[in-house]
Design a protein around this ligand. Structure first.
Ligand SMILES: Cc1ncc(COP(=O)(O)O)c(C=O)c1O
Length: 345
């Protein structure tokens, strides 16, 4: 029996308050623009992130895709971190559907990119090169272990691109985790971004959805792409209702997930065979190394203990979320202790 699912915050379920709000949501037809609950969510989201407008989409992947399609044309280049989710885990949508060239730049350990490299990649107005129109940043940076990039770190990257006229898109799938960790209003983290998408269905614990925010004209263009992708939905207030509750009730709560992540990381650091950089555990993602080729075996043995984890051959990831409490973390720690002793034999 599975007792603790720490594969991702995407596995979190909606709160009773969200379910009630979904049941009672006032509905219209969002393709006609008259779904009041969706309009409320979009207004709230735009306001919280200091943007003019917002649009609900089906997923984080779709928010990134419509943001790129709306801001980069066919044959345009988008500069992007080499460890970014958009580049590595979104099925190549921007290239396949938008003819966009994704040029990866090195992400450092925290997930930032070198401004000089951004400038060099953005600079040439040269007819041999695809014109560069957009820079993408990610906050928190999933592959770096959920690091929370500060407004200053983001500004350095954004300024380097803006110097050459680039727009900036932020994949803020876990933006509110960064805001909570840095004790900084989310709008300060998004000030340098022309567009920012955040997920409702991760730490915010909604069942479905993301919201893309930005200037009114870009969001209008994103709506057109969303329609083309088949992502314009009708009584989507059913989903938006959970989002409104999440913005009210789920943000400050993320501090608990971060505390659980630190507790877990601290215990892992004491276990033989585990490599973990405790300083990288800034939010709710705990990434760590295990002996080479042992990753799959550890996942299997943990599953037998009732604990689900995500990862690969030699690196694994736990992600505490809504619904996971400190006792669940104890269960995961005890299971890890047992399994690491077994694999060491
Ligand atoms: C940083 C980041 N961006 C985007 C996404 C995509 O979100 P979705 O799974 O809703 O498409 C994820 C998903 O885990 C993510 O971690």
């Amino acid at each position: 029996m599975i007792r603790v699912d720490l594969r991702s915050d995407t596995v979190s379920h909606p709160s009773p308050e969200m379910r009630k709000a979904m049941y009672e949501a006032e509905l219209g037809d969002d393709v006609y623009g008259d779904d009041p609950t969706t309009n409320l969510l979009e207004e709230r989201a735009a306001e919280m992130l200091g943007k003019e407008a917002a649009v609900i989409v089906s997923s984080g992947t779709q928010s990134n895709l419509v943001a790129l399609l709306a801001q980069a044309g066919r044959g345009d280049t988008v500069l992007i971190g080499n460890k970014s989710h958009i580049l590595n885990a979104e099925a190549g949508g921007a290239s396949a559907l938008g003819g966009i060239v994704l040029i990866p730049l090195q992400n450092d350990q925290r997930g930032t990119m070198d401004p000089t490299e951004i400038g060099l990649a953005a600079a040439p107005k040269d007819h041999h090169k695809a014109p560069v129109s957009l820079l993408c940043v990610e906050n928190t940076q999933n592959a770096a272990g959920g690091t929370a990039l500060s407004p200053e770190e983001i500004k350095i990257m954004a300024d380097a691109g803006r110097q050459y006229g680039l727009r900036v898109h932020m994949d803020g799938a876990r933006l509110f985790n960064a805001a909570v960790a840095l004790e900084t209003p989310a709008a300060e983290l998004t000030a340098e971004a022309d567009t920012v998408g955040f997920c409702l269905s991760k730490g915010l614990a909604c069942p479905i959805g993301s919201v893309l925010c930005g200037d009114a004209d870009v969001i209008e263009e994103a709506r057109r792409w969303r329609k083309m992708l088949g992502g314009a939905m009708r009584q989507v207030g059913v989903i938006a209702a959970a989002g409104v509750v999440a913005l009210d009730t789920m943000i400050d709560r993320m501090a608990d997930d971060h505390a659980n992540a630190r507790k877990l990381a601290g215990a892992l650091a004491e276990m033989p065979g585990i490599e973990i950089d405790l300083a990288s555990v800034e939010t709710n993602i705990v990434r760590f190394g295990v002996p080479a080729h042992k990753g799959m075996e550890i996942q299997g043995r943990l599953k037998d203990e009732g604990v689900l984890i995500n990862g690969g051959d030699s690196d694994l990831r736990f992600v505490p979320h809504y619904g996971i409490d400190s006792e669940d973390i104890d269960i995961a720690i005890n299971a890890m202790d047992k399994v690491m002793a077994e694999v060491a034999d």
